[in-house]
Design a protein around this ligand. Structure first.
Ligand code: ATP
Length: 227
């Protein structure tokens, strides 16, 4: 269960977004923090091959994103900040079934996994509910469930709590805390990350701090003294 980021730099046109990033992620819960525009989302997208770096390479469990993107995406689930970009089918159950059907699983297995995930995330009563009519928090849970139903080995979250009220934020925080998978979370929500095994701080596309949550968060806060 290893993610290796080796000699990675990334440019969008002339803009350098990541510079000289070398990381080996073995911990179960890893977070990425940093200022707006510091490159965190771009880094997250590298991990499942949504972005292929202009220099260097990224390997997930030995599979290189540049050459084996499809296999990597099967291993690495990605939860976007805005669930609306991720919810594609009309009802909750259909949305959960979509990825499984696409993988060619038999109908009974699809139904079994959809029912299990509905029960697990408290969405049973919404099985046949129109997905676009769910509340923001329910949509975020559905988007997360739609990724987890595919049983990825790693899950990357890009700002999963930003759009949520306090109750749903706590729900998602607990859900992430209890996930058995390896998780990588990009967030500005320092409370969510307080007990993470490792927190990596980006600034200007570079890693400027990297360590246990307490130390990295303290370093990040110290970089931003009150005005
Ligand atoms: N597809 C793209 N094309 C061009 N520039 C991009 C693209 N995606 C991101 N950028 C630029 O790359 C830089 C880093 O963006 P990124 O979204 O990775 O930062 P971030 O740390 O996640 O920021 P935030 O905290 O604001 O979400 C920004 O200057 C952004 O404008």
């Amino acid at each position: 269960m290893t993610i290796e980021v080796e000699g990675v730099s990334h440019r969008f046109g002339e803009r350098h977004v990541l510079r000289d990033v070398d990381l080996r992620l073995d911990e179960r819960r890893v977070a990425v923090i940093g200022s707006n525009g510091s490159g965190k989302s771009t880094f997250a997208r590298l991990l499942n091959g949504l972005v292929v770096p202009t220099e260097g390479r990224v390997r997930v469990d030995g599979l290189e994103t540049r050459k084996q993107g499809k296999e990597v995406r099967r291993r690495v689930g990605f939860v976007f900040q805005d669930p609306d970009v991720q919810i594609i089918m009309p009802t909750v159950a259909e949305d959960l079934a979509f990825g499984l059907k696409h993988r060619g699983l038999p109908r009974e297995e699809v139904d079994r996994r959809v029912s299990a995930v509905l029960a697990e995330y408290g969405l049973e009563e919404f099985r046949d509910h129109p997905a676009h009519l769910l509340s923001g928090g329910q949509k975020q849970l559905l988007a997360i469930a739609a990724v987890l139903v595919l049983e990825p080995a790693h899950v990357v979250f890009d700002e999963p709590t930003t759009l949520l009220d306090l109750r749903n934020k706590r729900r998602v925080t607990r859900l992430i805390r209890e996930l058995p998978q390896r998780v990588v979370v990009v967030s500005h929500d320092l409370e969510l990350l307080a007990d993470f095994d490792r927190v990596v701080v980006f600034e200007g596309g570079r890693v400027v701090a990297d360590g246990p949550a307490r130390e990295s968060i303290a370093a990040y806060v110290a970089m931003h003294p009150p005005l």
